[in-house]
Design a protein around this ligand. Structure first.
Ligand code: SPD
Length: 276
């Protein structure tokens, strides 16, 4: 049997992965949630027809979105993850022994429940760690109620479509920066340089108005459009501070000091657009 799942996030670009079987398929209160076993990438989660992560290539995403701001800050104690109900960012954040609390603000409880079931082999059960705290609610209200509370904030979201669109707005970035302690750092899922140049430029302008040292960086993830995705680093603390901080205990599959530094190197067409 050969079943191809084809994703069409952009009307001019498609990509496909071959799947072995469907593990779960349901309409939650918020979205169409699917888990599939793929031929090559292990188990994958798909939301509203868009691949969110696979077991085989999620490490570039989760290690980079989490460790880059955590290393820059040094010894972060309180971490907020916006979205991230699959547990991948939580697992990485909890590797840092300095973390006392990691709050995950996820709207859809079913994403958490089914991820615990289908990603257990990759992520273990980070939710069982006493430092993890799940809040099933919208992040906007939570950020409003918690100014100056977090050393690191990770915005681990879907694409800017429907209910997630607000998480890419200037309003969200203002609230996020306000929720950081002085010198704290955020990293956000910030899309693809080829396909989303204008959106990334707008977000960079917001980040520049709010902090002294924002920067864009990139990771290779074959199952995302264009083969990768970028992140916005948002902080007064330069990201380079993290280059001399030791990586947390445990296995890294993607990040190392060379990849950390190289992630901030941008192709010339995009560097000119962003930093001109
Ligand atoms: N175009 C796909 C973007 C997916 C971003 N979300 C990933 C969630 C992983 N925790």
């Amino acid at each position: 049997m050969s079943i191809w799942f084809t994703e069409e996030l952009h009307p001019y670009y498609r990509k496909g992965i071959r799947i072995k079987r469907i593990l779960a398929d349901e309409q939650t209160a918020y979205q169409h949630l699917q888990f599939v076993e793929t031929e090559f990438f292990g188990n994958a989660m798909i939301l509203d027809g868009i691949i969110q992560l696979t077991e085989r290539d999620n490490m570039g995403y989760h290690e980079m979105i989490v460790h880059v701001p955590m290393l820059a800050v040094g010894r972060p104690k309180r971490v907020l993850i916006v979205g991230g109900g699959d547990g991948g960012s939580l697992q990485q954040a909890l590797r840092h022994p300095s973390v006392e609390e990691a709050v995950v603000c996820e709207l859809d409880q079913r994403v958490v429940d089914l991820s615990r079931e289908h990603f257990a082999a990759s992520f273990g059960d980070p939710w069982a760690d006493p430092r993890a705290r799940l809040l099933v609610r919208d992040a906007f209200g939570y950020l409003e109620e918690n100014p100056g509370q977090f050393d690191v904030i990770i915005s681990d979201t879907t694409d800017p479509i429907g209910m997630a669109e607000r998480l890419f707005s200037d309003e969200f970035y203002k609230l996020m920066v306000r929720a950081l302690v002085p010198g704290g750092a955020a990293a956000t899922q910030c899309e693809q340089p080829f396909f989303d140049t204008e959106l990334i430029k707008t977000i960079y302008q917001s980040a520049q108005a709010l902090t002294k040292n924002p920067a864009y960086y990139y990771a290779n993830i074959p199952t995302y459009p264009g083969g990768g995705i970028g992140f916005m680093y948002v902080s007064d603390t330069p990201w380079e501070n993290g280059l001399t901080t030791p990586l947390p205990p445990g296995e890294n599959k993607y990040i190392n000091p060379d990849m950390h530094r190289a992630a901030f190197a941008l192709p010339e067409f995009f560097r000119k657009e962003l930093y001109k």
